[in-house]
Design a binder for this molecule. Structure first.
Ligand code: OFO
Length: 173
């Protein structure tokens, strides 16, 4: 049985994952509109991963006989100043998710809720990898800068990564 506090915190986390899903889907649309289909595919794939994270939490609350309470998802931004700005925004989002997961782990430990603590370890590992794949993309975008042919090549690489499920973390593979 989950405590009321833990149930509320897990429901908040579902909302955070769904916000990430919605934001990355909006980024995918932005890349599509910008003539970068490879980035669009990569970001779409990443958005789908966020939905699986939300559903893991959703299922867990049910398994523990808790109540899922879905919350409103705010409208995401629709455009970014550049591909780099979009990925920097994604990185900020991932940092916030990591901090939120750490707080959930601390709460589970405070409450002596070993099952939830164990369940959350998957998310702890996942966040390390998620931050890494997004920051790798940022590094590449910084290298390429405004050089059009470089961006074109990078778009092809992102398309190949998305098709191969790369950017997908080990835990999800
Ligand atoms: Fe990329 O954040 Fe989910 O967990």
């Amino acid at each position: 049985m989950l405590s009321d506090k833990m149930q509320a915190a897990l429901n908040d986390q579902i909302n955070m994952e769904l916000r990430a899903y919605y934001t990355y889907l909006s980024m995918s649309a932005y890349f599509q509109d910008s003539g970068l289909p490879g980035f669009a595919a990569w970001m779409f794939h990443h958005a789908e991963e966020e939905m699986t994270h939300a559903m893991k939490l959703y299922d867990y609350i049910h398994v523990r006989r808790g109540k899922v309470k879905l919350q409103a998802i705010p409208e995401p931004p629709h455009t970014w100043d550049s591909p780099l700005a979009a990925f920097e925004d994604a990185f900020e989002h991932e940092r916030k998710v990591s901090i939120s997961i750490d707080k959930l782990v601390s709460l589970a430990r405070e409450e002596g809720d070993h099952a939830t603590n164990s369940f959350l370890q998957w998310f702890v590992d996942e966040q390390v990898e998620e931050e890494e794949v997004v920051s790798n993309a940022i590094d590449k975008l910084k290298l390429v800068g405004d050089f059009g042919p470089g961006l074109y090549m990078l778009d092809k690489e992102m398309a190949a990564d998305a098709a191969a499920g790369e950017g997908e973390t080990e835990a999800e593979a």
